[in-house]
Design a protein around this ligand. Structure first.
Ligand code: ZN
Length: 395
């Protein structure tokens, strides 16, 4: 095995990063480097293509201690530590809320300037860097402009437009692509032991999003949620049912988000309370709890922000599924030979295709995309989805 193995359909990026890692070794050994290695990298690609996975694999290759083979053996201690997140010279920053602010960015920069404990590279990986505020961007820019000798910054974002041009222009770009359905299915079968028919279904329904495909293939609950979302086009009979369907969709996204974050929120809260001395008895306890009220408030604020983001992400995924459904309707209406994304719902797509026109389907597709944009622009989710349901009904 190697650290690159889980990167589905990213042959070009893997070749580029492998070459850079080999060059990085040459830099450390003081031999002639060929310029394939640099201090700042920008990983871009659609959600689910494996941006952070690629960045982490690269981090492992930079720290890999098996100098006999190509960098990133996947089995030495350093590779292992990077992959499980315990390597002392690799930090992974994941913005949990809606944005990554200047304070977090300053922490990143301070860390990036430290000398690596193991003497190789000090690697800092920023996931979802599109959530960096402008101030955070500016703070990070300084490190990108004058990188400390052994620091490597790996920035992940959907596209290079998500960062300040000044940062973008100083980073080497690694562009990831949407893997094909066959490539996603293959990895589900090989790595996760999924049955081939289920893998093929999940790969198609997830439209090249590897993590989503794995959840669909292995989690009955995820499949149920998908079916619920895709029931919406059949619930548009009256204004009342359309509005009810809109509410169901938003509630489902919220529930899914609560299920994902709820347990973690509770653990965080109880460990903070323990640290603050709640639950203990005796003198001084009341005082320390009072002193901790600020910390608890801070935690609650962070958790709310994370909850909002998780439920917004769940809603966005539902909208992507809906858009694909209307795309399938259009495929049927135009009689093209393309495969349906939601092949299991082909009959329902055909019913709607027969009852409407391609023009109406295009208007519906536009309505779904407008709803995604509205949710992304902070419009209250219920308002945006109600407007969508009515637009779908009227189209
Ligand atoms: Zn290794």
């Amino acid at each position: 095995m190697s650290v690159w193995e889980d990167l589905v359909g990213q042959g070009r990026a893997v070749a580029q990063l492998g070459e850079a890692a080999a060059d990085a070794r040459a830099v450390l050994e003081g031999s002639t480097a060929r310029g394939a290695m640099t201090h700042a990298w920008l990983f871009t690609g659609p959600p689910g293509s494996g941006r952070s996975l690629a960045a982490r694999a690269f981090a492992a290759a930079l720290q890999c201690l098996d100098l006999a083979g190509p960098a990133g053996c996947g089995h030495c201690e350093a590779c292992h530590q990077v992959l499980v997140g315990t390597h002392p010279d690799v930090a992974q920053v994941v913005p949990e809320g809606l944005s990554l602010g200047v304070e977090e960015a300053r922490e990143i920069i301070t860390r990036a300037s430290r000398r690596p404990l193991r003497g190789r590279w000090q690697v800092t990986l920023i996931e979802d860097a599109d959530r960096m505020t402008e101030q955070a961007n500016n703070a990070v820019l300084k490190t990108v402009e004058e990188p400390p000798e052994h620091s490597v910054l790996l920035i992940c974002a959907p596209s290079s437009e998500d960062l300040l041009p000044t940062i973008r222009s100083r980073c080497r770009l690694v562009g990831l692509v949407t893997p094909s359905g066959a490539e996603v299915a293959e990895v589900l079968v090989r790595r996760d032991g999924v049955d081939p028919a289920m893998a093929a279904f999940a790969a198609r329904a997830s439209q090249g999003h590897v993590g989503r495909a794995r959840r669909l293939a292995t989690d009955e609950e995820a499949r149920r949620e998908r079916r619920d979302v895709l029931a919406l086009p059949r619930s548009l009979g009256t204004v009342a049912t359309a509005l009810a369907a809109a509410k169901d969709l938003v509630d489902a996204a919220k529930e899914e988000s609560d299920r994902r974050t709820g347990a973690r929120d509770a653990v965080e809260r109880s460990s903070l309370e323990t640290a603050l001395g709640a639950g203990a008895t005796g003198k001084g306890v009341t005082g320390s709890v009072r002193g901790g009220a600020g910390a608890l408030k801070e935690l609650e604020k962070r958790q709310r922000s994370r909850g909002t983001r998780t439920s917004r992400d769940a809603l966005d995924r539902a909208l992507v599924d809906l858009a694909a459904f209307y795309r399938d309707v259009l495929v049927v209406q135009l009689g093209t030979a393309s495969d349906l994304v939601h092949g299991d719902l082909g009959e329902q797509a055909a019913v709607i295709a027969r009852a409407t026109t391609a023009e109406a389907t295009l208007r519906r597709l536009d309505a779904v995309l407008a709803c995604r944009a509205a949710v992304d622009a902070n419009v209250a989710p219920l308002l945006a989805v109600e407007a969508l349901a009515l637009a779908l009904r009227d189209a």
